[in-house]
Design a protein around this ligand. Sequence first.
Ligand code: PLP
Length: 405
Amino acid sequence: MNDAQARSGSIYRADERGYFGEFGGAVLPPFLVEPMAEVAAAYEEARRDPAFADELQTLLAKYVGRPSLLYAAENLTRELGGAKVYLKREDLNHTGAHKINHTLGEALLAKRMGKTKVIAETGAGQHGVALATAAALVGLECEIHMGAIDVEKQHPNVVRMELLGATVVPVERGGRSLKEAVDSAFEVYAGAPDEYLFAIGSVVGPHPFPTMVRDFQSVVGREARAQILEAEGRLPDALVACVGGGSNAMGLFDAFLEDESVRIIGVEPAGEGLDTDRHAATMTRGVTGEIHGMRTKVLLTADGEPAPVHSIGSGIDYPGVGPQHAHLEQIGRAEYVSVTDEEALRAFQLLTRTEGIIPALESSHAIAHVVRLAPTLSEDAIVIANLSGRGDKDVDFVAERLQKG
Ligand SMILES: *Cc1c(COP(=O)(O)O)cnc(C)c1O
């Protein structure tokens, strides 16, 4: 433990420069140093103000519909044999996933800072829709940069964002995909940091985002911890969550970090296999490097660029990972495993058929690991899996894919 961590009291908190051990920080070009420092200072102040937490808590209760259920999946438990499986039902939130928990927090912070607009990039469009929703509610303008290829591929999400009042900016340069959308959004932001808050979509990017987004999502684990104590009178044996950037996972894990009897397991996309170049298993196959303003694990090409990645779950195909995950693994507090597209697809079908719950393909990765884990544990064991989102968005794709066989 270094001095800063000793002062903040926990190895699970970043130091004042935003480092979790050797991971994190704010590795930024000069033009972004000042605006990000301003966000960090504003968040630090908001975090200490009970009125800010109250306002967010009220929106989470009255608008999102929290607390979300902790559902005992008895049919799935019977089917798998072994540990009792509970699902934290983030799919039941307004907008159908966990992302609304942090976009509301970001929108409230933007207002508090006197900004009139939020800006972000989006890939598949899920972050863009969640941010546009929060902006509509809180009364902010919203500008979403999106690669021109994604604009075509994700048409329904573009329509949703526009209906919600957001401006969608198609990015035509270079590969016309997420990478260019990030650059484009940051350029606009750098030109007018007084007007905008840059709203990052996961526990990634420069400090304070890995801490701030985790804090906004930590309601998931606080609820789950109270709910399992109420239902079973004890803590679970294991937590399982899918990891793209890692926000739904950190949200579930955070409240249990000090409970050393609880195993913590993050599940990454192995895509078409770890030995192909079609996966996004950053923790499993990545190296320490820099991406998007942070020091973390990264998947790189031979010439040191962020690698093209793939997953059947479009929200988890990211070549980096939240720095706290890299740290949790390094200190031995969490383990990271991976699940292929095929396994996720089978888990999607299994949960749908046994429980009548259609999970997002991202969340299906967590379920797929539960399918492996539960039978290895005794019937007294308890596993909580985070059902990060609902799968309505995926049904056409899955139907097509199953038809192809
Ligand atoms: C975006 C998304 C994810 C991945 O993001 P994390 O930051 O890793 O949580 C997972 N599940 C769903 C349903 C998503 O929309």
